[in-house]
Design a protein. Structure first.
Length: 277
């Protein structure tokens, strides 16, 4: 698939829309995101919080541990974590900057804040409203349809914002997706076109694949180990592999073919190779 084709550009856009780094289960993280926005707009620490949520959110959040807390679970924990330690500029990584001191502040806040949780009778599967008060001032934030789709921000009766999403409203055409073209895209995509996505997922890859890579190296022949050791998740051109290993082009091609057969590497672009994910 050529990068000038409509499908290629659509597939890249779909990846950018769907692969958003998040910490933990996305329902409680979304609640923390909405709560963080509410606290920022209120510009005071809320003394009362009311959460209205659709049934699927209530069910899914009930037993999920909220990241960067003392193993707290549920809607109240997610919302309080967002209010005390959230940074909505980090989107679904809203809780990523919480330290041990902030965890203790979250615990204390949960104990003292006036909190109510109610079922939201909505036709949408994903829909919630967070309302926070400090004295006579209040802020209401509604997120609906998707985890960061802010449909309304209201303060003291004044609508400050409606229908905002950090994901573009005009999404790429999903009707273009089919198995053959997806496979073609996977084989030909240039990593520079999705580098921001790869960077966002880099920490996950480092944790989960470094140990597996060491395990795989034990099973390889000498030439395969040499090539395998220099490969990463960013594609490397075969000429660079030849330059770094000192192998001839035919030898390098033979080694890469062997590694592909063992399902350890993939060709990710024309003459570019990377570790298989």
């Amino acid at each position: 698939m050529k990068k000038t084709e409509q499908k290629y550009q659509a597939f890249v856009q779909i990846l950018k829309e769907e692969l958003i780094p998040a910490m933990g289960c996305t329902e409680p993280i979304s609640l923390a995101y909405g709560a963080s926005i509410a606290r920022k707009v209120l510009n005071h620490l809320p003394t009362k919080i009311v959460v209205e949520a659709s049934g699927s959110i209530i069910k899914n959040v009930k037993s999920v541990i909220v990241p960067h807390t003392h193993h707290l679970k549920g809607i109240k924990a997610a919302v309080c974590a967002g209010i005390i330690g959230g940074n909505d500029d980090k989107y679904l990584e809203v809780l990523s900057q919480i330290d041990e001191k902030t965890k203790k502040e979250i615990d204390q806040y949960i104990e003292k804040v006036d909190f109510e949780e109610h079922f939201l009778d909505s036709s949408k599967v994903f829909d919630y409203i967070i309302t926070v008060w400090n004295k006579k001032d209040y802020v209401k934030v509604r997120i609906s349809d998707s985890h960061m789709h802010v449909v309304c921000i209201e303060k003291n009766g004044q609508i400050l914002q409606e229908e905002k999403s950090v994901i573009k409203k005009e999404k790429a055409d999903r009707s273009l997706l089919d198995i053959k073209d997806i496979y073609d895209f996977i084989k030909t995509v240039e990593l520079t076109d999705i580098q921001d996505i790869l960077d966002g997922l880099g920490a996950f890859w480092d944790i989960n694949y470094s140990a597996q890579k060491k395990k795989n190296e034990v099973m390889l022949e000498t030439a395969e180990k040499i090539v395998y050791a220099i490969l990463g998740f960013d594609g490397i051109h075969i000429s660079e592999i030849v330059a770094q290993t000192g192998l001839s082009v035919p030898q390098t091609m033979e080694v890469l073919a062997s590694l592909e057969q063992k399902k350890l590497v993939n060709m990710v672009g024309q003459h570019y190779y990377a570790l298989k994910i």
